[in-house]
Design a protein around this ligand. Sequence first.
Ligand SMILES: *Cc1c(COP(=O)(O)O)cnc(C)c1O
Length: 368
Amino acid sequence: MAEIKIPGELLPKDGRFGCGPSRTRVEQLSNFLGQGASLLGTSHRQAPVKNLVGEIRQGLLDLFRAPQGYEVVLGNGGSTAFWDAAAFSMVEKKAQALVHGEFGSKFASALTNPWLEKPVVVNAPAGSRGEFEPSADIDSYVYPHNETSTGVVTAVKRAASSGLMFTDATSAAGGIDFELSETDVYYFAPQKNFASDGGLWLALLSPAAIERVESIAASDRYIPEFLSVKTALDNSRLNQTLNTPAIATLFLLNDQIQWINKNGGLKWADARTKQSSNLLYQWAERTESAYAFVANPDHRSQVVVTIDFDESVDASYITSTLRANGVVDVEPYRKLGRNQIRVATFVATEPAEVERLIASIDYILEQR
Ligand SMILES: *Cc1c(COP(=O)(O)O)cnc(C)c1O
């Protein structure tokens, strides 16, 4: 088959639609080359970088309209490191985990360890999700806000009257509105809606979560220093991290937080990702060969859209043709193995860009 060349006027202006690392805005990079340039290569223990960390911490409290007593903690290693940090530093004895995809399952594995009781796992098939089954012996309820591997969203809501709620918001944070009082640990990494680079984790902790951190740190449990949330908390209060952070990551993250806040905060971001994702869901509805992978409309994500194709279309032909035309990373999650495309509709992406992506896919469908 001859390679299809998508006409330039149909193509998105920026070809990045992946779920992370994801599209950065041009202004973030130009600001980095401006103000950011003098920060790079300077000490993270001195005022300029510490002030940057301070701005990030305050910016996130503002963005998430944090109730009194919530604090922003950060450390190195990304969300994956935070799973181990939480397992060492925050889960007391027994957790319950919603698992309906790759990321939920990885946290459940981190909780399956020699010092905790075996977690209760509520499994659901990919493309759907389960519900918590509250029980008095559970001290921690864990779930992904947005399961990035499948495009399934879960409402941020307390599951029980006791126990800490842990929300993996890696791909949701900054793109979906919610009430922070409904969770105790809202954690994420900056390479998704925050349009920055990887390697860092950030968590908003409630007063109850901070109390848990303090009490486990004071117990006789062994906690490696790199995975100690208490150490991260103490450092964060000084606008520092335990070890050297990537300064470019911090700068791009801060730029994105301030940009969202200036534009109207989380409500604005939420409306924008909804508009972008609706364009794709509506397109799937009117396209004969395409349909939303997530059957229940209430479970469909507004930041990660998964669209299946019937046997008349080879999705890998679409993704490879797009890639040859400079539109990248709409392949489905590698382990899901479906005839699917997966599109991030993070806040950095203008809805008009999603319209161009749709026009490009329609062109491929017509020309193939
Ligand atoms: C991307 C992602 C992760 C992994 O983040 P890292 O920073 O690469 O460790 C974890 N959870 C969810 C929901 C994600 O989307």
